[in-house]
Design a protein around this ligand. Structure first.
Ligand code: IVH
Length: 349
């Protein structure tokens, strides 16, 4: 077989097995077989540099080092959300949008917003939200996240948006390692995810165990979607990880009942959520409702109250950051909080 052909086949197969593993949570080959194919591809790309491709599955390990992140204007602004804190706030929201709407509730992932552009089905650029108008190009780090497709199964031009987060399991592992190395600890999953995405050396970001959930297809109508529900299905069909706990409800009462169910079970999840997001499902209706200066009228975030616990302080130790800054840390009598067992805490504030 011709070399270019072999490289192409290996890439397609590796992308497929990667998708099975990271999105479907199943795999039809062993780790050993996967590694064999990956090693063959790495070897071929080394021998035949004319076939180099920035979106090859071999590029996930990182290696790019930059001195700063380029600022790039979003082709469409990235908005934030208005907040609701009670059932009556939600009732007000429903009264504003018109009571006969089908509403859509999904988890509010506590991570950092990201916008990724694909050109001809190829990963082109990942931008942080920034101020909503101008973000920073963090492509080199986002490419290392295994669950994010580098090549879509259709050659589409598209911008997709969602949340990058650090799973609680990755966060616990990272802070354990940092405590052992006398390094300052991350206060929570969101800070750890943000810190990892801002690493100048993408090999470090690659090792942080980051993940992502995707909830917006920009200009979804132009891909034939008429509802948010269909847009999520489209994202799923292109190979993106879409959160499974999204629910289509009729009326705010059903929304609120679902919020209560999630509030009770949320600590079983391997990621932090800080609330739920309620969206009008119909895209045409979304357009009619439009935006205020800052936030959409067709969506709102319901925020969970913060959880507080108390425990005893065992010890305080200092750690030195890369910049020489000294941070105090607490060693605690382990206590259950927000679904994980907490034994250390940063005292940076
Ligand atoms: S929709 C125009 N859906 O929450 C609407 N945002 O507080 C754009 N977030 O900036 C946002 N989960 O970073 C939406 N399922 C979800 C979300 C979500 C988390 C974040 C997002 C946004 C912030 C607003």
């Amino acid at each position: 077989m011709d070399i270019g052909q072999r490289i192409q086949t290996l890439r397609e197969q590796l992308n497929h097995f990667n998708y099975e593993y990271y999105i479907l949570n199943q795999s039809s080959i062993s780790d050993y077989e996967f590694d064999q194919m990956m090693n063959e591809l790495i070897q071929l790309e080394k021998e035949y540099p004319q076939y180099a491709d920035i979106n090859s599955p071999t590029q996930r390990v990182g290696g790019t080092v930059s001195s700063r992140f380029e600022k790039v204007r979003h082709s469409k602004g990235m908005f934030s959300l208005g907040n609701a804190f009670s059932e009556s706030d939600l009732q007000d929201f429903e009264d504003r949008i018109g009571a006969d709407q089908v509403e859509y509730v999904e988890l509010k992932i506590d991570g950092l917003a990201m916008s990724i552009e694909y050109r001809q089905g190829q990963f082109y650029q990942a931008l942080t939200r920034g101020d909503g108008e101008v973000g920073e190009d963090v492509s080199q780090n986002v490419r290392t996240i295994s669950s994010i497709p580098l090549v879509l199964n259709e050659p589409v031009d598209a911008i997709i948006r969602g949340e990058i987060y650090m799973p609680i399991s990755s966060f616990d592992r990272l802070n354990q390692e940092r405590a052992l190395a006398d390094e300052s600890l991350f206060a929570n999953c969101r800070n750890a995810a943000a810190g990892s995405i801002r690493q100048l050396d993408s090999r470090i970001a690659a090792k942080r165990g980051l993940d992502g959930f995707w909830y917006t297809l920009v200009d979804a109508e132009s891909y034939g979607c008429t509802t948010h529900w269909e847009a999520l299905a489209k994202l799923r069909s292109w190979g993106f990880k879409v959160n499974p706990y999204a629910k289509r409800c009729t009326g705010i009462q059903e929304v609120y009942t679902y919020i209560e169910t999630i509030a009770e079970t949320r600590y079983q999840l391997d990621y932090d959520i800080d609330g739920m997001v309620i969206k009008v499902d119909n895209l045409q209706r979304q357009q009619q409702l439009g935006f205020t200066v800052k936030v959409p009228r067709w969506a709102i975030a319901y925020k969970f109250p913060a959880q507080l616990v108390s425990t005893e302080l065992e010890d305080i130790f200092l750690s030195v950051g890369r910049t020489g800054r000294i941070t105090p840390n607490a060693k605690l009598v382990p206590v259950q909080l927000a679904g994980s067992l907490v034994s250390f805490a940063s005292l940076h504030n």
